[in-house]
Design a protein around this ligand. Sequence first.
Ligand code: COI
Length: 363
Amino acid sequence: MKYPISVELVEKSRISEVDFSNLVFGRNISDHMFVADYIDGEWTDCRIVPFGPMLMSPAIMALHYGQAIFEGMKANKDAKTGVPLLFRPEMHIERINRSAVRMAMQPIPDEIFMNALNYLLDIDRAWIPESEGSALYIRPHMFAIDATLGVKASDNYRFVIMTSPVGPYYPKPIRLLVSEKYVRAFPGGVGFAKAAGNYGATLAPAAQAKEKGFDQILWLDGIEFKYLQECGTMNIMCVIGDTVVTPNLTDTILAGITRDSILHLIRDIGLKIEERPISIHEVIEANKSGELKEMFGTGTAAVLSHVSEFSYKDEIYTLPPLEGRKVGPMIKKVLEDYKKGIQPDKFNWLIPVKKTILITSHK
Ligand code: COI
């Protein structure tokens, strides 16, 4: 192993404090975390340690200049064997490294990422929930740790992975407010990267939408305020007639791994897909003519979240009731079953967690 991992286990697990029948997204963090540091030009000191606070200088560059990126991924247990299954981890390594390059940070070697996930999930396998709609949410992230106020790319970074048992993200269909004032991303910017600042910048607009009774914002492009981009923190898909239509990927849209998986599954069952620019006016026309059958957001956290209504220029547009929808509910079930090994893994998306040999144990 080029990057050996040391292991320090908790003295006492916190798992008995978790109410697995009521998992609020992100509230419970599992016992252990993985940490590695990029120091003096190399990744070093890979370690599994008890999850907990870290001592950091208030001058670290992540806090001032936003060199902070993350991933969101999930694992479930195989419904038959109980083996933890990672879902498409290689897509997440590729994406975090695309984010790293755009943010002038250090890519993380595949070996570190994969071994860290394997160790962490092996050790904390008891934290993977099994009820319907639940999963172990995995949060790899990296941030700049040079403690200096000059504006430049940091020389040193910390990479951390923590995990959290989660239930469904949105318990019911969501209402969207089409924003004509705020944008999530701009051409040439960092919208395609999973940069922490992309999320921070949406919080005030999202809070304003909440005050008006909406769950999330439906983001339009920042040039014409015309073309659909994303909704909340998710990619957006519409079913218009018999076709699933979704915005084509550009540098203002995050290349969702759930988006990609759902498109594979839709194609696999023979439905038509169009990845192309979709204007809000087309969606409204389709709604008026009865051709807009469904609209849903897709993302790792929410998986697939049905849209019940959207508002544009103070008009409310209502989507057909959930009971009559065919594509979204079916695809969500297929994807969730797939992640638990209930369907054959025909796309080779599942990586079983292996039993690890603990290399060193400090405690
Ligand atoms: C995800 O679906 O993984 C997201 O990025 C949403 C997250 C910020 C909660």
